[in-house]
Design a protein around this ligand. Structure first.
Ligand code: GDP
Ligand code: MN
Length: 380
């Protein structure tokens, strides 16, 4: 789950990270009113689940309240990476002497949370990663001990020469790490971590992604969810209890089991197609899940063909077959469907499908190849 900058900043603030104040506006007048209260220059910042807002015109300096109204009008009219801007953060402008990058991600290779820091932070950090990777220093944190004081200090000395700034940054490293753990994050970033001309160290941008599997135990984090900023199909899928991720391809995949779903997507790519989604209908025997899955997949206009790939174990093939028949009775499909079923109650499933005018296959390669060809408008 993604959360907004202002929400991530609130988590950091609660852990002691120095973060400038800020308030949310949904209209230009609200932005002007907040700016008037702060007095002086403010920064207006689009709150969307996308990086690179600065480069997309979503972060603007405003010298006073009237300017804040004008800048907020412009930003609230933007669409950044396909996401319309509904809210802006209004925050007092900081004077910047330097911009550093501090991030933590879960790294499967290290089996740990890994810190990445760079003195060359700011909007070009992705470029630094490509052209000057040595400017990014990394440190894996042993989850048994957490971030130890000397490690936090080492990270800080990679960023600053001044001892006061090193101490301030070391504290921020620990606070960021605690924020990351407490929020169940898979990513937490401060970019930029600035120094001001008077030598203070502050976080003026923050990003956090939350691990969905942590949400059941963190209701206060789940409450930060902003459904208006999420992919509508992913919202529907979550409500239906399906594991679903929307992708950009044209083969709609309906599969049971995450491993088989991954294998299916690989095979779609292998045969020259590209998957429209990852979808795991799970291990249960519930025809309703199939009905929901079909509704969600077919709502994507990019989808040219639907591919069912079911390996019956606990999931019974006849239940899936009934789901397909029910779903297609409720809404007429306008695109072809390729069904591959094997395993528990396979024969019964074939009878049900044939009775409703569908044919099904048992070979996974053949089914995927056929689906890819249909998506390209070849074969049938
Ligand atoms: P991002 O582009 O989505 O990462 O948004 P940021 O909040 O990181 O802002 C992008 C850039 O705008 C920063 O790297 C800064 O250079 C600049 N910026 C953001 N806030 C301020 C501010 O308060 N004062 C000044 N002078 N520049 C700022
Ligand atoms: Mn940033």
């Amino acid at each position: 789950m993604n959360i907004h900058e202002y929400q991530a900043k609130e988590i950091l603030r609660n852990h002691g990270v120095p973060v400038p104040p800020g308030e949310i506006a949904t209209t230009p007048d609200e932005a002007a009113e907040i700016a008037r209260r702060y007095g002086g220059a403010v920064v207006i910042k689009a709150q969307v689940h996308a990086g690179g807002r600065g480069k997309a015109g979503g972060v603007k300096l405003a010298k006073d309240a009237d300017d804040a109204r004008e800048k907020a009008t412009a930003i609230l009219g933007l669409t950044i990476k396909g996401l319309p801007v509904e809210k802006v953060l209004v925050t007092p402008a900081e004077e910047i002497a330097s911009e550093a990058y501090v991030g933590i991600i879960v790294d499967r290779g290290s089996k740990a949370a890994v810190f990445m820091v760079s003195a060359e932070g700011g909007v070009d950090i992705e470029e630094v990663a490509v052209t000057n990777p040595d400017a990014i220093r990394k440190l894996a944190v042993d989850p048994r001990y957490g971030l130890l004081p000397h490690q936090a200090y080492w990270l800080a000395t990679e960023l600053y020469d001044d001892v006061k700034q090193q101490r301030a940054a070391a504290a921020i490293m620990r606070q960021l790490y605690d924020s990351f753990v407490d929020a169940g994050a898979s990513l937490a970033e401060i970019n930029p971590l600035i120094t001001t001309p008077s030598g203070e160290v502050k976080a003026i941008d923050a990003k956090m992604n939350i691990d969905d599997n942590e949400l059941f135990r963190l209701p206060e984090i789940e409450a930060l969810r902003d459904e208006t900023s999420e992919e509508p199909s992913e919202v529907l899928a979550r409500e239906a209890g399906l594991t679903f991720i929307k992708l950009d391809g044209e083969v709609g995949c309906c599969v049971n089991g995450a491993g088989l779903a991954m294998a299916t997507m690989d095979l779609v790519n292998y045969y020259g197609g590209s998957p429209a989604n990852f979808l795991d209908i799970g291990g249960s025997s519930n025809p309703q899940k199939v009905v929901d899955a079909l509704r969600i997949i077919t709502s994507d206009p990019n989808v040219k063909v639907i591919l069912f790939n079911i390996f019956g174990g606990i999931t019974r093939c006849d239940d899936v077959a009934n789901g397909i028949v029910t779903a297609t009775q409720q809404t007429q499909l306008s695109i072809p469907i390729v069904i591959r079923l094997t395993g528990t109650n396979e024969e019964l499933a074939m009878q049900i499908l044939e009775g409703a005018g569908f044919s099904a296959m048992t070979d996974m390669d053949a089914a995927v190849e056929r689906a890819v060809n249909l998506a390209k408008g070849e074969g049938k």
